[in-house]
Ligand binder design. Sequence first.
Ligand code: UDP
Ligand code: MG
Length: 340
Amino acid sequence: MNRTMEEQTTIRPVEKNNDGTPEEKPVISILAPVYNEEPVLPELYRRVREVMEQTGEPWELVLVDDGSRDRSAEVIAALHEQDPRVRGLSFSRNFGFQIAVTAGLDYVEGDAVILADADLQDPPEVFPEMIARWREGYDVVYGVRTRREGETWFKLFTAKLFYRLIYRITDVNIPLDTGDFRLMDRRVVNVLRHMPERNRFLRGMIPWLGFRQIGIPYQRKARFAGESKFSSVRQMLPFALDAITSFSYLPLQLATYLGFSLAALSGLAIIVVILLRLLGPSNPLAGQATTLVIVLFLGGVQLISLGIIGEYLGRIYDEVKGRPLYLVDRTWGIDLRPER
Ligand code: UDP
Ligand code: MG
């Protein structure tokens, strides 16, 4: 068969591994952030491989070690030795879930990326359905939790509350009961990579992007091993505050609304007091207690408003400093790019 020069030169060269076998470019990347997940990782690899082999798609598993204090990094290194489709990097310290995912997205190579927790709470058995939806033309396929196993009632309750609150007060339609478990097309990943914000709430950023998104129901499993890093109020509150401040100005506007309401109320009160003075008994509204309570109340309202401004201001300060989002210590099968 006759080929033109152009056609011939556009054929991708087959890359070779050390052992001489041709390296297949992954179509599906599975990305999992890892923080102290040593006992889970071998099982994660096993389950991912099993499921991906069934789909027949070339795949890779990208693990981002978020400054683990156990031997997670060593396990990633060993997995990479054993199977070069496992690649990874390790941060210089703990930077948090959102940043770990962001770093992973900088280095995944697939045409689609599946973001899943390392602890197997997002079961790999759902991947084939996500891939099927993606093949149908959807850009984002997110998992909607129908049931959650092995969670405390406190976590379930606060999560329910959080999703409903965030749904009401933001302008973005963030789907209810949807975590970070989702498949994203390459073009979605590319857009995300150009959103440099520091306070990253991916569960809001991805719906904000638009494109064609669809949810599929799944049952969230119990952790395979280890324990949750988001179980107490102290661990969950910063996440909730980041979510609210990145997607809503309502808390800032509350001060304005409250100001207007209180001003209107005092306007009325002035008229009432004057009328009482002119027409009423000799000493109406006697007592300092009332005054004190009102002054204290207003002081409280003002401090809260200042605090809310502070929450936003601190985040603006973080953004303005423009420090790198993360610092990489070690890599396995990844060539670092200096851009972040
Ligand atoms: N994780 C992380 N950095 C952190 C905390 C958690 O990369 O600072 C990872 C963790 O290893 C897991 C995922 O984020 O793969 C979800 O964390 P976890 O299971 O503790 O949260 P939960 O599922 O209980 O909400
Ligand atoms: Mg978990």
